[in-house]
Structure formats: C-alpha cells, structure tokens
Design a protein around this ligand. Structure first.
Ligand SMILES: NC(=O)C1=CN([C@@H]2O[C@H](COP(=O)(O)OP(=O)(O)OC[C@H]3O[C@@H](n4cnc5c(N)ncnc54)[C@H](O)[C@@H]3O)[C@@H](O)[C@H]2O)[C@@H](O)CC1
Ligand SMILES: [K+]
Length: 502
C-alpha cells in the first residue's frame, strides 16, 4: 500500500533506517534519487533545448548535482547552478566532487520556453522563506515558460503543511518524490504547485513504516472498502439501518431531503425526514421513497427514535441556529449508543454551539469505548466558530483537524478542496479525489447524509467518514461541469457498485 503520507521528519527517519539497514549508504540513496529523477526527465522531457539544474546547499541540491551528472553523461546540454558549495564530508559534497561540470552562480540562471528547469534548491529541509538569489531564481523559473520538474518538493513549499513559506515557491509541472508522498503534496496550495506527483522507489524497504508507524494516509478505498456495508440475503429494511434527517422550517427543508436521499443511496434500509409541524406539508409534497415524521419537541423526537429503531441521525443542514437545535442535538446525543447508532452534526448544529463550544465537546465526550464517535462535518467557517484558536493557516490543516477531533472526541471532516478527515485516535486522511465542481450549494448536505447512511449500517465512524468523502468526490469527478447537489445522490450507486460489486 502506497497510501501512507510521511512528514518530512518521518521521511528523514525512513532515510536513517534505510541507511542503517544497508546496503546503500546516504550517498547511495542520493544516487538512486538522482537516477530516478534523470529517468523521469529523459522519459518526459527528452526534447528540451537546454537542461538547467538549480541546486541548493543541502541534500536536495545533492540530488540535483547527481541529476546534472547523469544528464551530462547522457549527452544532454546541461548547466548546474549552485551558490554555496555543500559542507565538506556530506553526501552532497560527494555528488559535487563526482560532477565534471563547473557549477555557475544562481544569479546567471535564465531559461527559455523550450528548456527544462530542474528545481533542486530545497526539499524536506526548508525551514524559512526563500530570499535573495533563491527567491530570484524561483521568480525567473516561474516566469520562463519552461517546463519545471521539482525534486522531492517545489522549493518554498512546506512538506508538512502544504503552505508556501514567505509567499514564493516554485510552480512545477511535475514533482518526483521518494518512497512515499508527504502531506504538502496533497494539501493546498501545495498540491497545485507540485503538478503531477510521481513517487520513485529508491530502495527504502517498506519495513521502515513498521518502525515509524505513520497515522496519516491519502484517502483511498483500500483503507475502508472492507468496511462498506453489504446487505445480507435475509435482511429487512430496518436491519439495513434507519436514518433520520432533521428538517428546518417551511423555507428550509431542501437540505434535510438532500441528506435523506444520500443516506438512502448509501444503502440505509429506511430513511425518514423528521420535520417540524410547520413544514410537514412542504416536505410531504417532495417525498416519495423517504418517509416523513413530525417532531417539534424533544419528547416527540425521543419517542420516534426509540419506537422506530433509528440507527443513524443527521442534523444541521437547514435546521436553524439556536436553542431548539442545541436541545435536539443534546437529545440525539443522549440516545447515541443506546438507540441512535451514529450521529452526524453539520452546519447549523455546529453553529448553534458557537457561543459555548465546550458545552458541545462535553456532550460528545460522554461515549464509552463501545460507542462510535459522532461525526462533525464543518467547512472552514464553521470550524472557525467552534475552534477559533485553530482557524487560519498558521498550522497544517491535518494538525488542526486532529486537534479538533481530540477536543470533541469525534471524527472531524474538515471540508474544502483538500478535505481532511481526523479521528480522535489520531488517524487522519487527506482527500484529493474530488472535482472543484463539488463546491456547489447543498453538496455538504449530501456528504452529511452519506456519512449517516453508512453509520446506520454499522460502519465505524472514521471509515464511514473517509468512504463518504471519497465517494462524494468520485461522483463529482464522474459528472464534471454543471454538477448540482441534486445530481449527487443519483450518482452514488454507480460508484458504490464499483466498490462493493452488485
Ligand atoms: N539520505 C537522505 O536523507 C536523502 C535525502 N534526499 C534528499 O534530501 C533532501 C533533504 O535534504 P536536507 O535535509 O539536506 O534539506 P534541504 O536540501 O531541503 O535543505 C537543507 C539546507 O537548507 C537550509 N535552508 C533551509 N531553508 C532555507 C532557506 N529558505 N534559505 C536558505 N537556506 C535554507 C537548511 O539550513 C539546510 O542547511 C530531500 O528533500 C531529498 O531531496 C534524497 O537524496 C534521498 C536520500
Ligand atoms: K526542490
């Protein structure tokens, strides 16, 4: 499985373990890294007019020096640029000694549109914003019109957070990294600066992962496919999970119906829209396969959940912000682990606790180890209301989601073009499987319903959340332009069929 993501610190630990285990030493690994890059260049950009290799002072620069040597050996017109020679005794110093070309200072670098630029200035070791000749080289490379291939990471980009340190970074067409991807390859804006990312095998054995124990993955069906619900021959509708989706008032009913339809398409055997009396007729006019039940008060809600064996609930989309919402969330949470198996809180159910997030966290922490955690599905705005100190880009999106999941003892789906799913047990995924067309009104309601549909069928919360995010994204990729949230539920079966068969 290649889905593990390693932070730069974990990657240097993998390097260390590989070197300790042999047979390659550090210089050997560097030569393999350089060879993988040179092979990618000759395969993808063989007709470049000139090859410019920009080298930094560390091992990333060392990889570049190996690339320059191999390209020169292959008869390519190549220039290597480096300002400060690597420290004596380092692997990069060995790479420089083996290079028969004389390096040029970075300030003379200039590329034309038919050239190839190899960015080997900084990789995992970037610690501060690019300045001086490095920053100017980045500007010239980005403005050149030449194809750009980044070694390990585009220089200027943090491999940890996917953020650009100091506002300037290489914009690559292709990035070749080693052993496993890093979070910065998937988180934005990093992902868009990497271009196509290729992972090269440089001889680091997978056993290194056993020691490192990474808990972050790229979201992929391999992580959760085995948990997807499959109906049994003798199942009946309630044994396939009954989902309740909570409607707002007469002018805010559509979101609950979208969530309800998604839950049904996820395979829940029965789905009910629970509606205030004032919106019963509006909901009734739009529902067929989905059932309808009135509940204005907490006791009506509890009665319904208990008598109809509700196994999953989604509340928040269009529900309305305020005390009534807080009371319903509290009531559902009390039933969690007793009758309601899985609870999804979205939109207004999150915003309703804006003034007192700790009250929500205290509610959600009540679970025993046998109770599945609730699932919260905030976008950045809602996230900022519940976790104001974690808002903004100062910390990596993965760290922020993990901290939030731990605080609220729940699985957190921090939505966006680089959605992160984090579990209170520290597992997390980054999702890159989605189309930008998914940014459309109501799409989050469908996601929340999908999660509830899977939870109601007994899927564990983290796996249910990861599956819902990926499947939601897959639907958007298959539909493309013109996608509306109404289209999404109808697209779910084709994706599910590919994952679970017929
Ligand atoms: N044995 C290994 O560890 C291997 C490492 N590899 C390469 O090594 C790279 C990591 O090497 P390093 O740890 O040496 O890190 P880098 O080569 O990314 O940079 C390290 C140096 O740059 C300095 N620096 C950081 N930010 C700077 C800035 N903005 N301006 C000026 N100087 C700055 C640091 O103080 C340090 O001296 C990987 O990205 C990969 O390309 C590969 O060769 C595979 C094997
Ligand atoms: K680089």
């Amino acid at each position: 499985m290649m889905d593990e993501l390693l932070t730069p610190a974990e990657m240097s630990e993998a390097d260390r373990l590989a070197i300790a285990g042999g047979p390659s030493n550090g210089y050997g690994l560097m030569c393999r890294a350089g060879a993988a890059i040179a092979a990618a260049i000759l395969a993808r950009y063989p007709a470049s007019r000139h090859f410019h290799v920009l080298c930094g002072p560390g091992n990333n620069g060392g990889d570049g020096l190996v690339v320059a040597r191999l390209l020169a050996d292959a008869g390519c017109p190549v220039t290597a640029y480096q300002d400060d020679s690597p420290r004596p005794g380092t692997d990069a110093a060995m790479a420089l000694a083996a290079l028969e070309l004389r390096t040029r200072p970075l300030e003379v670098f200039y590329a034309g549109g038919d050239d190839l630029v190899v960015d080997a200035m900084f990789g995992a070791g970037l610690t501060r914003p690019l300045q001086g000749n490095f920053a100017r080289a980045v500007e010239r490379a980005n403005a050149s019109g030449a194809a750009v291939l980044a070694v390990d990471l585009p220089s200027g980009l943090s491999g940890d957070s996917g953020q650009v340190l100091g506002g300037i970074a290489i914009r690559a067409d292709m990035t070749v990294t080693f052993f496993r991807r890093k979070p910065g390859h998937l988180l934005l804006p990093g992902r868009s600066l990497c271009g196509e990312t290729v992972v090269a095998d440089i001889g680091i054995a997978d056993e290194a992962l056993t020691t490192i124990g990474p808990k972050l993955w790229q979201n992929n069906p391999r992580l959760w496919q085995m948990h997807l619900p499959r109906p049994t021959e003798n199942g009946h509708k309630y044994s396939r999970g009954h989902v309740a989706s909570f409607s707002g008032g007469p002018s805010a009913t559509g979101a609950a119906r979208l969530a309800a339809m998604a839950a049904a398409r996820a395979g829940a055997g029965a789905v009910t829209v629970v509606s205030p009396g004032s919106a019963m007729s509006v909901n009734a006019a739009h529902l067929t396969a989905i059932m309808l039940r009135r509940a204005d008060r907490v006791d009506e809600l509890a009665d319904f959940v208990n008598s109809r064996k509700v196994a999953g609930a989604v509340i928040g989309p269009g529900f309305g912000v305020g005390e009534h919402c807080r009371n319903f969330v509290s009531a559902l949470n009390r039933l969690r682990g007793e009758e309601v198996l899985g609870l999804v809180l979205d939109a207004d159910a999150l915003t309703s606790f804006e003034e007192e997030p700790e009250a929500l966290f205290a509610l959600l922490a009540k679970g025993t180890s046998s109770v599945q955690p609730a699932v919260l599905t905030p976008h950045e705005g809602e996230f900022g209301r519940l976790f104001p100190d974690l808002a903004g880009a100062m910390r990596s999106k993965v760290e922020r989601a993990r901290e939030a999941a731990s605080r609220c003892t729940s699985v957190v789906i921090l939505k966006g073009p680089d959605t992160v799913v984090a579990s209170p047990d520290d597992r997390a995924v980054i999702n890159a499987h989605a189309s930008p067309y998914l940014a459309t009104a109501g799409s989050g309601d469908v996601l929340a319903g999908l999660v509830a549909g899977f939870l109601a069928q007994g899927m564990p919360s983290f796996e249910a959340a990861c599956a819902a995010v990926w499947i939601h994204g897959d639907c958007s990729l298959r539909f493309g332009p013109g996608l509306t949230a109404d289209d999404l539920p109808g697209l779910i079966p084709t994706t599910l069929r590919q994952l679970v068969g017929t």
